[in-house]
Design a protein around this ligand. Structure first.
Ligand code: ZN
Length: 76
């Protein structure tokens, strides 16, 4: 039998609730670059929901907004 390495669980700081719901933002404007950047990595990727803690609805809206903004080259 191989000796098992102790596996370390990655701790992810969880934000339980959706920040967009909290701030009552229900239409995400793709021109709102500041907002969109908050939900992206430095490389310009959209952060997954398990990290941002967004609800499904907002994550979807956000993804659409980011994609639109990309077309106009507002964000990476
Ligand atoms: Zn939400």
């Amino acid at each position: 039998m191989k000796a098992q390495k102790p596996r370390r669980r990655r701790k992810v700081v969880r934000q339980k609730n959706c920040r967009l719901c909290e701030n009552k933002i229900f239409n995400i404007d793709f021109k709102d670059v500041e907002l969109l950047r908050r939900f992206q990595t430095e490389g310009g990727k959209i952060l997954p929901r398990r990290i941002t803690g967004n609800c499904f609805k907002h994550q979807k809206l956000l993804a659409v907004a980011v994609k639109r903004a990309r077309i106009l080259a507002l964000v990476l």
